[in-house]
Design a protein around this ligand. Structure first.
Ligand code: PLP
Length: 386
């Protein structure tokens, strides 16, 4: 019998939870119409949409009117940046942390090309933004600050509530990319005081290709996608009903198990790191001194290439990621690790391990065995003599 793959790449995409699959399958129904139509089939679809919005909003403790569904985290982030920039006539300063996801960095870069000033707030060696440094970069011209809640590569959790407090005092809206934190650690847009919060369903076991931007309704935000005026004119296009229902279906289960799951995953993750450090004393756990997501470990293994290690692990039945999944296939060091000042040679050996809802203690045990064997083999190939 074939041995099942050990999947430790939840930060790239968590396996679909059964609740999402059931919700999607229930909706594979030809009787559902367009949620914007007034007839019965349309109203049936509208009911599904309204209930899904209510469930996602309930998980965040916000009014449903603040949840606008998108095609995922990338669109939510792009919309936040382009939407604010357009309202501000493509003028002013965008202040983003140096460790933002490419879905924030790339639109910022594009807006810089249109003449906006883009300033990157540096991070320390653990990948943390210092609120004082960030505040010193806030000017009267600053139109938006983007600071992610938790980093996809390192799992490092930023001091977003403190930064939000300072942004609010200056009247500057804050975008919090909560794609990696939602469902893994407590998230309350109101407690954070963020004007915009981006989410993605597939990081917590929902379907891929659906997410949301949680908007403060007093913030003026131009639509990114205009047309038929769906989502109260904020995001046009017939809603991805199946995806949205699948997203909503995983919110309550993920949040109900959040405390127990984060304790369980933290224990597994910490035990993995301890075991690997015992066997490979030169190993570095990046961001280990900062607050981190309980499921994430970014391991830098001297003397191996992350991509080579990844392929060898894949052949041995283990899925992980070299740095960020979004940047896999690329051999240049990750901009996140560069911003943290990690030695580029060490950064090339970075392996991201991310656990989740279906990870068992036996999975982690087998993974650590396979990883150690693989690293030893790669080390011996690199230095065949002695
Ligand atoms: N933001 C962060 C922090 C992410 O990790 C990702 C995905 O890796 C995204 C945004 C993009 O989300 P999506 O895959 O839904 O477009």
């Amino acid at each position: 019998m074939a041995i099942a793959m050990i999947y430790l790449d939840h930060n790239a995409s968590a396996p679909l939870r059964p609740e999402a699959a059931q919700a999607v399958m229930r909706l594979l129904d030809p009787a559902l119409g367009n949620p914007s139509s007034v007839h019965g089939p349309g109203r049936a679809a509208r009911k599904v949409l309204d209930e899904a919005r209510r469930d996602v909003a309930a998980g965040l403790g916000v009014h449903p009117g603040r949840v606008v569904f998108t095609s995922g985290g990338t669109e939510a982030n792009a919309w936040a940046l382009w939407g604010v920039a357009q309202v501000r006539g493509f003028r002013g300063r965008l202040l983003i942390s140096a460790v933002e996801h490419p879905s924030v960095r790339a639109p910022a870069q594009a807006l810089a090309g249109l003449g906006m000033e883009v300033v990157r707030c540096p991070v320390d060696g653990q990948g943390l933004v210092d609120p004082d440094t960030l505040e010193s970069l806030l000017t009267a011209e600053t139109v938006l600050v983007a600071l992610m809640h938790a980093n996809n590569e390192t799992g490092v959790i930023q001091p977003v509530a403190e930064v939000a407090r300072r942004c609010r005092a200056r009247g500057v809206p804050l975008l919090v990319d909560a794609v990696q934190s939602f469902g893994k650690i407590p998230l309350s847009p109101d407690a954070l005081g963020a004007a915009l919060v981006s989410l993605s369903a597939h990081k917590l076991g929902g379907p891929k290709g659906v997410g949301a931007l949680v908007c403060d309704n007093i913030l003026d935000l131009a639509p990114l996608v205009s047309g038929g005026g769906q989502e109260r004119g904020r995001r046009s296009g017939t809603e991805n009903l199946l995806g949205i229902a699948g997203f909503a279906a995983v919110v309550a289960p993920a949040l109900a198990q959040l405390d127990a799951e984060s304790a369980r995953l933290r224990e597994l993750r910490d035990a993995l790191e301890v075991r690997l450090l015992e066997e490979l004393p030169a190993l570095v756990v990046l961001g280990a001194s900062a607050p981190r997501l309980p499921n994430t470990s970014l391991l830098a293994i001297p003397g191996v290439e992350g991509e080579t290690l990844l392929m060898a692990l894949d052949l041995a039945g283990c899925a992980a990621s070299a740095g960020s999944a979004c940047s896999s296939g690329r051999t240049t060091p990750s901009p996140v690790l560069e911003a943290m000042g990690v030695d580029p040679v060490l950064a090339r050996g970075a392996l991201r391990v991310s656990l989740g809802w279906n990870t068992s203690a036996a999975d982690v045990e087998r993974f650590s065995r396979v990883l150690l064997e693989t690293v030893r083999r790669l080390h011996s190939l690199a230095s065949p003599v002695g």
